[in-house]
Design a protein around this ligand. Structure first.
Ligand code: RB5
Length: 147
């Protein structure tokens, strides 16, 4: 399996469940392979459990990228960013998603279902998936994040 054909991982807590489900439809429409790591209902859950599952899979190389959805995206990003090698970015519009990929080599996108609606979230996700790291002057800076 090449890097490009690896699936992405997507997960949410209860607050992000509905948005996760709608983003899965978009991923399927775009032909992007993904694995859903939960949650599978709107029953109350703890967001760090899902953030750690996605972050672990990304760091281990099982997934090309990760997508995490909670109410704000914030708790998910805090938990995911505890993993060395994870660069999780909360994005509320497409410009930040593009910069997160091109400049920061972000490998996990965090979305807040109480902040962005499904249409905007789709745009953000598409931009994130289509982006790629520019390297060059950004490479050394990104390397310093984990230093
Ligand atoms: C759940 O109510 C909410 O706190 C959670 O989804 C998330 O927004 C935390 O950062």
């Amino acid at each position: 399996m090449t890097e490009a054909t690896k699936p992405i991982a997507i997960a949410s807590d209860h607050a992000g469940f509905a948005l996760k489900e709608s983003l899965k439809l978009a991923l399927a429409r775009w032909g992007v392979a993904f694995e859903d790591l939960g949650t599978h209902s709107e029953a109350s859950t703890d967001y760090p459990d899902y953030a750690h599952a996605v972050a672990t899979g990304v760091v281990q190389g099982r997934y090309r990228l990760g997508v995490l959805v909670c109410g704000t995206g914030l708790g998910m990003s805090m938990a995911a960013n505890r993993h060395k090698g994870v660069r999780a970015a909360v994005c509320t519009e497409a410009y930040a998603a593009r910069m997160a990929r091109t400049h920061n080599d972000a490998n996990v996108l965090c979305l807040g279902s109480r902040i962005v609606g499904p249409g905007l979230a789709e745009d953000i996700l598409k931009t994130f998936l289509d982006g790629s790291f520019e390297g060059g002057r950004h490479a050394g800076r990104v390397a310093k994040i984990d230093a």
